[in-house]
Ligand binder design. Structure first.
Ligand code: ZN
Length: 315
Protein backbone atom coordinates (compact mmCIF):
# COMPACT_ATOMS: atom_id res chain seq x y z
CA UNK A 1 0.00 0.00 0.00
CA UNK A 2 1.07 3.56 -0.53
CA UNK A 3 0.89 4.66 3.05
CA UNK A 4 3.00 3.86 6.03
CA UNK A 5 1.90 4.67 9.52
CA UNK A 6 4.77 5.75 11.71
CA UNK A 7 3.88 6.35 15.31
CA UNK A 8 0.58 5.18 16.70
CA UNK A 9 -1.48 5.77 19.80
CA UNK A 10 0.56 8.62 21.21
CA UNK A 11 -1.30 11.60 22.58
CA UNK A 12 1.90 13.60 22.38
CA UNK A 13 4.28 12.06 19.87
CA UNK A 14 7.93 13.05 19.71
CA UNK A 15 10.21 14.63 22.28
CA UNK A 16 9.46 18.24 21.36
CA UNK A 17 5.73 17.66 21.71
CA UNK A 18 5.99 15.67 24.91
CA UNK A 19 8.03 18.43 26.46
CA UNK A 20 5.37 21.00 25.67
CA UNK A 21 2.31 18.87 26.23
CA UNK A 22 1.30 19.89 29.70
CA UNK A 23 -2.41 19.41 29.26
CA UNK A 24 -3.61 16.04 30.56
CA UNK A 25 -6.96 16.53 28.80
CA UNK A 26 -5.41 17.37 25.43
CA UNK A 27 -7.02 16.12 22.25
CA UNK A 28 -3.58 14.97 21.12
CA UNK A 29 -2.30 13.53 17.88
CA UNK A 30 -3.22 9.90 17.45
CA UNK A 31 -0.76 8.94 14.74
CA UNK A 32 1.41 10.17 11.90
CA UNK A 33 0.74 9.24 8.30
CA UNK A 34 3.44 9.35 5.63
CA UNK A 35 2.43 10.50 2.16
CA UNK A 36 4.43 9.51 -0.91
CA UNK A 37 3.84 12.24 -3.52
CA UNK A 38 5.28 10.06 -6.24
CA UNK A 39 2.38 7.66 -5.81
CA UNK A 40 -0.41 9.99 -4.67
CA UNK A 41 -0.65 12.90 -7.08
CA UNK A 42 -4.09 14.23 -6.04
CA UNK A 43 -6.22 13.65 -2.96
CA UNK A 44 -9.36 15.10 -1.43
CA UNK A 45 -12.89 14.04 -2.33
CA UNK A 46 -14.16 17.54 -2.96
CA UNK A 47 -12.35 17.42 -6.30
CA UNK A 48 -10.65 14.08 -6.75
CA UNK A 49 -11.75 10.45 -6.56
CA UNK A 50 -9.70 9.48 -3.51
CA UNK A 51 -8.56 10.76 -0.15
CA UNK A 52 -6.37 9.68 2.74
CA UNK A 53 -6.77 6.17 4.18
CA UNK A 54 -8.35 7.31 7.43
CA UNK A 55 -10.29 5.23 9.88
CA UNK A 56 -13.70 6.32 11.19
CA UNK A 57 -13.49 9.49 13.26
CA UNK A 58 -9.93 10.23 12.18
CA UNK A 59 -9.38 13.75 10.89
CA UNK A 60 -6.52 15.71 9.34
CA UNK A 61 -6.44 19.39 10.28
CA UNK A 62 -5.24 21.78 7.58
CA UNK A 63 -4.94 25.58 7.77
CA UNK A 64 -4.73 27.78 4.68
CA UNK A 65 -3.59 31.29 3.75
CA UNK A 66 -1.12 32.15 6.52
CA UNK A 67 1.10 33.06 8.09
CA UNK A 68 -0.62 36.16 9.38
CA UNK A 69 -0.18 37.53 12.89
CA UNK A 70 -1.86 37.63 15.25
CA UNK A 71 -4.33 34.99 14.05
CA UNK A 72 -1.74 32.37 13.08
CA UNK A 73 0.01 32.88 16.39
CA UNK A 74 -3.25 32.34 18.25
CA UNK A 75 -3.97 29.18 16.24
CA UNK A 76 -0.50 27.86 17.10
CA UNK A 77 -1.15 28.51 20.79
CA UNK A 78 -4.39 26.57 20.65
CA UNK A 79 -2.84 23.65 18.78
CA UNK A 80 0.03 23.54 21.22
CA UNK A 81 -2.35 23.51 24.17
CA UNK A 82 -4.22 20.57 22.65
CA UNK A 83 -0.97 18.82 21.58
CA UNK A 84 -2.33 18.63 18.06
CA UNK A 85 -0.26 18.58 14.86
CA UNK A 86 -1.64 20.08 11.68
CA UNK A 87 -0.62 21.03 8.15
CA UNK A 88 -0.31 24.68 7.15
CA UNK A 89 -0.67 25.62 3.49
CA UNK A 90 1.15 28.94 3.42
CA UNK A 91 1.03 31.76 0.90
CA UNK A 92 4.53 32.55 -0.32
CA UNK A 93 4.27 36.32 -0.02
CA UNK A 94 3.02 35.97 3.56
CA UNK A 95 5.89 33.62 4.33
CA UNK A 96 8.29 36.24 3.03
CA UNK A 97 6.66 38.93 5.17
CA UNK A 98 6.57 36.84 8.37
CA UNK A 99 9.37 34.27 8.16
CA UNK A 100 9.67 33.91 11.93
CA UNK A 101 6.10 32.59 12.10
CA UNK A 102 6.86 30.12 9.32
CA UNK A 103 9.75 28.82 11.38
CA UNK A 104 7.62 28.67 14.51
CA UNK A 105 5.07 26.55 12.67
CA UNK A 106 7.82 24.11 11.72
CA UNK A 107 9.47 24.20 15.13
CA UNK A 108 6.12 23.37 16.73
CA UNK A 109 6.17 20.16 14.71
CA UNK A 110 3.53 21.02 12.13
CA UNK A 111 3.80 20.27 8.44
CA UNK A 112 4.53 23.32 6.28
CA UNK A 113 3.18 23.21 2.72
CA UNK A 114 2.53 25.50 -0.24
CA UNK A 115 -0.64 27.43 -1.16
CA UNK A 116 0.91 29.44 -4.08
CA UNK A 117 2.88 32.66 -4.04
CA UNK A 118 0.11 35.26 -4.30
CA UNK A 119 -3.16 33.40 -3.77
CA UNK A 120 -4.94 34.55 -6.91
CA UNK A 121 -8.64 33.91 -6.53
CA UNK A 122 -9.21 33.45 -10.24
CA UNK A 123 -8.33 30.34 -12.22
CA UNK A 124 -4.61 30.49 -12.93
CA UNK A 125 -3.22 28.07 -15.45
CA UNK A 126 -0.31 27.76 -17.84
CA UNK A 127 2.97 29.52 -17.16
CA UNK A 128 1.51 31.83 -14.51
CA UNK A 129 0.06 28.91 -12.60
CA UNK A 130 3.40 27.11 -12.60
CA UNK A 131 5.13 30.33 -11.55
CA UNK A 132 2.78 30.67 -8.60
CA UNK A 133 3.51 27.06 -7.69
CA UNK A 134 7.30 27.42 -7.92
CA UNK A 135 7.60 30.82 -6.24
CA UNK A 136 5.43 29.71 -3.35
CA UNK A 137 7.72 26.78 -2.62
CA UNK A 138 10.80 28.97 -2.95
CA UNK A 139 9.51 31.67 -0.59
CA UNK A 140 8.52 29.11 2.04
CA UNK A 141 11.84 27.29 1.67
CA UNK A 142 13.71 30.57 2.14
CA UNK A 143 11.77 31.32 5.33
CA UNK A 144 12.45 27.83 6.69
CA UNK A 145 16.12 27.66 5.73
CA UNK A 146 17.54 29.30 8.91
CA UNK A 147 15.69 26.66 10.94
CA UNK A 148 17.14 23.85 8.84
CA UNK A 149 13.68 22.84 7.69
CA UNK A 150 12.11 22.42 4.26
CA UNK A 151 8.55 22.61 2.96
CA UNK A 152 6.63 19.41 2.53
CA UNK A 153 5.88 18.55 -1.12
CA UNK A 154 2.19 19.26 -0.69
CA UNK A 155 0.30 21.91 -2.67
CA UNK A 156 -3.23 23.24 -2.42
CA UNK A 157 -4.74 25.47 -5.10
CA UNK A 158 -5.99 28.88 -3.89
CA UNK A 159 -9.75 28.69 -3.70
CA UNK A 160 -9.35 25.05 -4.78
CA UNK A 161 -9.24 26.45 -8.33
CA UNK A 162 -7.28 23.63 -9.85
CA UNK A 163 -5.90 23.43 -13.38
CA UNK A 164 -4.65 20.38 -15.29
CA UNK A 165 -1.46 22.19 -16.34
CA UNK A 166 -0.45 22.91 -12.74
CA UNK A 167 -1.60 19.48 -11.60
CA UNK A 168 0.74 17.92 -14.18
CA UNK A 169 3.49 20.34 -13.13
CA UNK A 170 3.05 19.19 -9.53
CA UNK A 171 3.16 15.56 -10.52
CA UNK A 172 6.36 16.11 -12.49
CA UNK A 173 7.93 17.66 -9.38
CA UNK A 174 6.68 14.86 -7.12
CA UNK A 175 4.28 17.08 -5.23
CA UNK A 176 0.92 15.92 -3.91
CA UNK A 177 -1.98 18.22 -4.80
CA UNK A 178 -4.18 18.21 -1.75
CA UNK A 179 -7.78 19.27 -1.97
CA UNK A 180 -10.03 18.58 1.00
CA UNK A 181 -12.94 16.49 2.20
CA UNK A 182 -14.69 18.95 4.50
CA UNK A 183 -15.11 22.73 4.57
CA UNK A 184 -16.11 24.86 7.54
CA UNK A 185 -16.96 28.07 5.59
CA UNK A 186 -14.69 30.01 7.93
CA UNK A 187 -13.78 32.47 5.16
CA UNK A 188 -17.38 33.61 4.91
CA UNK A 189 -18.86 36.42 6.94
CA UNK A 190 -20.54 34.12 9.44
CA UNK A 191 -20.47 33.99 13.21
CA UNK A 192 -17.77 31.85 14.83
CA UNK A 193 -20.48 29.60 16.33
CA UNK A 194 -21.71 28.87 12.83
CA UNK A 195 -18.21 27.86 11.76
CA UNK A 196 -18.25 25.40 14.64
CA UNK A 197 -21.66 24.06 13.73
CA UNK A 198 -20.86 23.60 10.06
CA UNK A 199 -17.53 21.92 10.70
CA UNK A 200 -19.05 19.45 13.15
CA UNK A 201 -22.16 18.75 11.09
CA UNK A 202 -20.10 18.01 7.99
CA UNK A 203 -17.65 15.90 9.93
CA UNK A 204 -20.51 13.88 11.38
CA UNK A 205 -21.92 13.38 7.89
CA UNK A 206 -18.58 12.32 6.45
CA UNK A 207 -17.25 10.39 9.43
CA UNK A 208 -13.59 11.20 8.76
CA UNK A 209 -11.43 13.19 6.38
CA UNK A 210 -9.34 16.26 5.71
CA UNK A 211 -10.78 19.42 7.30
CA UNK A 212 -9.91 22.73 5.61
CA UNK A 213 -9.67 25.74 7.92
CA UNK A 214 -8.07 29.19 7.61
CA UNK A 215 -5.62 30.34 10.27
CA UNK A 216 -5.88 33.91 8.94
CA UNK A 217 -9.58 34.17 9.77
CA UNK A 218 -10.31 35.79 13.16
CA UNK A 219 -13.56 33.87 13.49
CA UNK A 220 -11.76 30.57 13.17
CA UNK A 221 -9.02 31.63 15.57
CA UNK A 222 -11.68 32.58 18.10
CA UNK A 223 -13.67 29.36 17.84
CA UNK A 224 -10.79 26.89 17.45
CA UNK A 225 -10.49 26.08 21.20
CA UNK A 226 -14.16 25.08 21.30
CA UNK A 227 -13.88 23.15 18.03
CA UNK A 228 -10.99 21.03 19.30
CA UNK A 229 -12.68 20.43 22.66
CA UNK A 230 -15.83 19.32 20.89
CA UNK A 231 -13.87 17.03 18.56
CA UNK A 232 -12.34 15.41 21.61
CA UNK A 233 -15.73 15.04 23.32
CA UNK A 234 -17.18 13.37 20.22
CA UNK A 235 -14.36 10.87 19.94
CA UNK A 236 -12.53 12.30 16.93
CA UNK A 237 -8.78 11.78 16.74
CA UNK A 238 -6.21 13.80 14.82
CA UNK A 239 -3.86 12.28 12.26
CA UNK A 240 -0.76 14.26 11.30
CA UNK A 241 0.36 13.96 7.68
CA UNK A 242 4.03 14.20 6.75
CA UNK A 243 5.93 13.58 3.52
CA UNK A 244 7.54 10.26 2.95
CA UNK A 245 11.08 10.36 4.25
CA UNK A 246 13.46 12.00 1.79
CA UNK A 247 10.77 13.76 -0.24
CA UNK A 248 10.85 17.13 1.53
CA UNK A 249 13.20 19.14 -0.64
CA UNK A 250 12.39 18.37 -4.26
CA UNK A 251 9.77 21.06 -4.97
CA UNK A 252 11.82 24.06 -3.95
CA UNK A 253 15.13 23.01 -5.39
CA UNK A 254 14.66 23.43 -9.15
CA UNK A 255 14.37 27.07 -10.26
CA UNK A 256 11.23 28.00 -12.14
CA UNK A 257 12.43 27.95 -15.76
CA UNK A 258 9.62 30.00 -17.23
CA UNK A 259 9.79 33.17 -15.15
CA UNK A 260 12.65 35.57 -14.66
CA UNK A 261 11.32 36.73 -11.28
CA UNK A 262 11.53 33.20 -9.97
CA UNK A 263 15.32 33.46 -9.69
CA UNK A 264 15.13 36.62 -7.65
CA UNK A 265 12.67 35.44 -5.03
CA UNK A 266 14.93 33.13 -2.99
CA UNK A 267 17.58 35.81 -2.60
CA UNK A 268 15.12 38.35 -1.25
CA UNK A 269 13.42 35.78 0.98
CA UNK A 270 16.65 34.48 2.44
CA UNK A 271 17.74 37.99 3.20
CA UNK A 272 14.48 38.73 4.97
CA UNK A 273 14.57 35.46 6.87
CA UNK A 274 18.07 36.05 8.19
CA UNK A 275 17.30 39.51 9.49
CA UNK A 276 14.36 39.12 11.84
CA UNK A 277 14.71 42.72 12.99
CA UNK A 278 13.15 43.82 9.72
CA UNK A 279 10.04 41.71 10.18
CA UNK A 280 8.26 44.22 12.37
CA UNK A 281 8.17 46.84 9.63
CA UNK A 282 6.11 45.02 6.98
CA UNK A 283 3.82 43.72 9.70
CA UNK A 284 2.69 47.25 10.40
CA UNK A 285 3.21 48.89 7.04
CA UNK A 286 1.65 46.25 4.82
CA UNK A 287 -1.14 45.03 7.07
CA UNK A 288 -2.71 47.95 8.99
CA UNK A 289 -5.77 45.86 9.77
CA UNK A 290 -3.62 43.70 12.02
CA UNK A 291 -3.83 46.08 14.96
CA UNK A 292 -7.59 45.61 15.08
CA UNK A 293 -7.33 41.84 14.90
CA UNK A 294 -4.63 41.82 17.54
CA UNK A 295 -7.10 43.35 19.97
CA UNK A 296 -9.59 40.63 19.08
CA UNK A 297 -7.02 37.92 19.72
CA UNK A 298 -6.10 39.46 23.05
CA UNK A 299 -9.79 39.47 23.96
CA UNK A 300 -9.94 35.83 22.93
CA UNK A 301 -7.09 34.94 25.27
CA UNK A 302 -8.91 36.59 28.15
CA UNK A 303 -12.24 35.00 27.27
CA UNK A 304 -10.85 31.50 26.69
CA UNK A 305 -7.65 31.13 28.70
CA UNK A 306 -5.94 28.00 27.56
CA UNK A 307 -4.71 27.11 31.02
CA UNK A 308 -8.29 26.73 32.18
CA UNK A 309 -10.99 24.34 31.12
CA UNK A 310 -12.87 25.39 28.04
CA UNK A 311 -16.62 25.13 28.20
CA UNK A 312 -18.32 23.75 25.14
CA UNK A 313 -21.34 25.68 24.00
CA UNK A 314 -24.58 23.82 23.45
CA UNK A 315 -26.12 24.13 20.02
ZN1 ZN B 1 -6.62 29.94 0.35
Amino acid sequence: MQWAALAAGLACAGPAIAEDCLNPDALGTLRTLEIDPARFARIGTMQYPGTLPLKPREIVLTFDDGPMPPMTSRVLEVLRHECVKATFFLVGRNAKAFPSIVRRIAEDGHTVANHSQNHHLVPVAGALGMQEFDLGFQAIAAALEPAGAKPAPFFRFPGLLHSPVVENHAKAKHVTVMSTDILADDWMQIRPEHILQRALARLEAKGSGILLLHDVQPGLALILPKLLRELSARGYRVVHIVPKSGAESSPASPPAPLVVEAKKAPVASKSAARKPAKEAQPEVAEFPVIARWRKLMEASRKAVPLAAKVEIANY
